[in-house]
Design a protein around this ligand. Structure first.
Ligand SMILES: NC(=O)c1ccc[n+]([C@@H]2O[C@H](COP(=O)([O-])OP(=O)(O)OC[C@H]3O[C@@H](n4cnc5c(N)ncnc54)[C@H](OP(=O)(O)O)[C@@H]3O)[C@@H](O)[C@H]2O)c1
Length: 386
C-alpha cells in the first residue's frame, strides 16, 4: 500500500508532527506507534515488510498509515517513501538480521537499508526536524572478546569510546547519520539493554522466548529451569529496557528542542530501566506468574541448554496454540532458544548508567521485574500465550 503524495496536506487540520516509524511492528515500534497516534498533533507512517502483522492500534485512526516496504529493496523504497514529503520526525527502530552480528556483511546490509530510506526521504521532506536512531548497549563491547570474567562490573556511559577493533553495525549507522545530517538535521541515538516488550517480528525476542518456555513447562509439568552460568544467575549482568521506556525516550529526545537546537552533531543516550536485577530474583517471581515449579536450591543448571531441550517441542507449541485458542504462531515466531542460551551464559557484564538522561530531565523508570510481569500480561491480552 503506497501513501498518497503528501506535500503539505495537513494545513488546517491541527497536525504539527509527522512521524515515519521504521520497524513499526517490532518491539519498540509498536509501542511508539500506539503512543503517537493517541496524540492529536501527530500523524504516523509505520513501515515494515509484513502487512498482516499490524501493531494493535486502532486501525480506524485516520492518523496512522501503514506502508509496506522492504527497505533492502532500493527501488521499492524510493518509490514508496519518496511520497512522504511531510515527515518531520524519523524513528529508526529496525535492522537487517540476515548476517552474523558484527560481520562485514551485517554492517554493509544495515548501511544499505538506512541509505535507501534516507535517500528517499531526506531530499523531499523539507520540514524534517529530527532523526532518532535505536542501537543498543552492545555499542560498548566487542562480542568477540577478549573477556575478563573476573573483572568488576563496569558501568558504561555515553562518553565511553568505541571498541575500535571490530565491525559493529551500530557504528556504521551512527556514521551514516553524521555524514548525511550534519549541518542540516538534528539526530540522536538511543542504546537499550535487553528489550522487554511483545512482538512476533523480533529475532532477539527475550519475552517471547521466556513466555514460550514458561508455557511449555506448565503444559508438560516440567521444572522451570534457568539454564546458564552461576554468575549470570546470581549477579547483576545486564540492564533491562522496557519497550515503553525506550519509546518514551525516543519521543522525549525528538521533541525536546532544547536538547538539540544548538547542534546537528548527534546526541547519544543510554535507554535503560534503572534499578538493577538478578535472574535469581526474577525466576522466583515467575513461578507464580506462569504457574510453574521452580525447584528451589537447584533452579539453575549449567547443563541445561534451551536450544537442546526445546528442539523437539514445536508440536507441543502447536498443540497449546490450538487447545488454548491462541493467535496462530509457530514456536520460532516467538522463541529464540540460542539467544537465551547466549544471554544466560554471557561472558561479560553489560551495564550502563542513566546519569545523562537523568540529568537532562527524562524521568521514566521501571523495575525490570515489573516490566516482565507487565509484558506477560500484554502477551496474554494479545492471545500470544495462555
Ligand atoms: N531485541 C533486543 O533485545 C535489542 C536490545 C538492544 C538493542 N536492540 C537493537 O534495537 C534495534 C531494533 O531491533 P529490535 O529487536 O528492537 O527490532 P525488532 O523488534 O526485531 O523489529 C524489527 C522491525 O523491522 C522490520 N524490518 C525488518 N527488516 C526489514 C526490512 N528489510 N524492511 C522493512 N522493515 C523491516 C520488522 O518487520 P518485518 O519483519 O515485517 O519487516 C520489524 O517491524 C537494533 O539495532 C537492535 O540491535 C535490540
Amino acid at each position: 500500500m503506497a501513501a498518497q503524495e503528501t506535500e503539505n496536506p495537513e494545513a488546517g487540520n491541527g497536525i504539527e508532527h509527522v512521524a515515519a516509524i521504521f520497524g513499526v511492528t517490532g518491539l519498540v515500534g509498536k509501542v511508539l506507534a500506539r503512543e503517537l497516534v493517541t496524540k492529536p498533533k501527530w500523524k504516523v507512517y509505520g513501515i515494515a515488510r509484513n502487512p498482516e502483522i499490524m501493531p494493535p492500534i486502532d486501525q480506524r485512526s485516520s492518523n496512522f498509515h501503514f506502508i509496506q516496504c522492504d527497505l533492502l529493496n532500493r527501488s521499492e523504497t524510493e518509490e514508496r517513501l519518496s511520497l512522504l514529503q511531510d515527515v518531520t520526525h524519523v524513528f529508526w527502530l529496525t535492522w537487517a538480521s540476515q548476517y552474523q552480528l558484527d560481520s562485514v556483511e551485517c554492517c554493509e546490509q544495515n548501511k544499505a537499508m538506512m541509505s535507501n530510506a534516507l535517500d528517499a526521504i531526506v531530499p523531499k521532506a523539507k520540514a524534517l526536524k529530527h532523526v532518532s536512531l535505536q542501537t543498543g548497549m552492545k555499542h560498548y563491547v566487542s562480542l568477540q572478546g577478549p573477556f575478563d570474567d573476573e573483572a568488576e562490573a563496569r558501568y558504561y556511559d555515553e562518553d565511553c569510546p568505541r571498541v575500535d577493533k571490530r565491525c559493529n553495525f551500530y557504528y556504521v549507522l551512527e556514521d551514516l547519520l553524521k555524514e548525511r545530517l550534519v549541518g542540516k538535521v538534528a539526530w540522536s541515538v538511543h542504546r537499550p539493554g535487553l528489550l522487554i516488550g511483545s512482538s512476533r517480528r523480533t529475532v532477539y525476542n527475550f519475552m517471547g522466548s521466556l513466555c514460550v518456555f514458561g508455557t511449555i513447562c506448565k503444559h508438560l509439568n516440567l521444572p522451570f529451569v534457568f539454564g546458564g552460568t552461576k554468575r549470570c544467575w546470581e549477579e547483576t549482568c545486564i540492564d533491562g529496557s522496557d519497550a515503553r521506556l525506550v519509546a518514551q525516550q525516543h519521543i522525549w529526545a525528538a521533541t525536546n528542542v532544547d536538547l538539540y537546537s544548538h547542534s546537528t552533531d548527534g546526541q547519544s543516550y543510554n535507554a535503560i530501566n534503572g534499578p538493577s536485577f538478578t535472574w535469581k530474583e526474577i525466576w522466583t517471581a515467575l513461578e507464580e506468574k506462569f504457574g510453574v515449579e521452580v525447584v528451589h536450591g537447584s533452579a539453575f543448571s549449567e547443563e541445561f541448554w534451551y536450544s537442546k531441550s526445546m528442539a523437539d517441542k514445536k508440536e507441543v507449541w502447536k498443540e497449546i496454540v490450538a487447545e488454548k485458542g491462541l493467535v496462530q504462531t509457530e514456536m520460532e515466531n516467538l522463541a529464540n532458544w540460542e539467544f537465551l542460551d547466549v544471554l544466560f551464559r554471557c561472558p561479560f557484564k553489560l551495564l550502563g548508567t542513566r546519569n545523562k538522561v537523568d540529568r537532562l530531565g527524562f524521568t521514566v523508570r521501571y523495575k525490570t521485574l515489573d516490566s516482565i510481569l507487565y509484558w506477560i500480561d500484554c502477551m496474554r491480552d494479545e492471545k500470544l500465550i495462555p
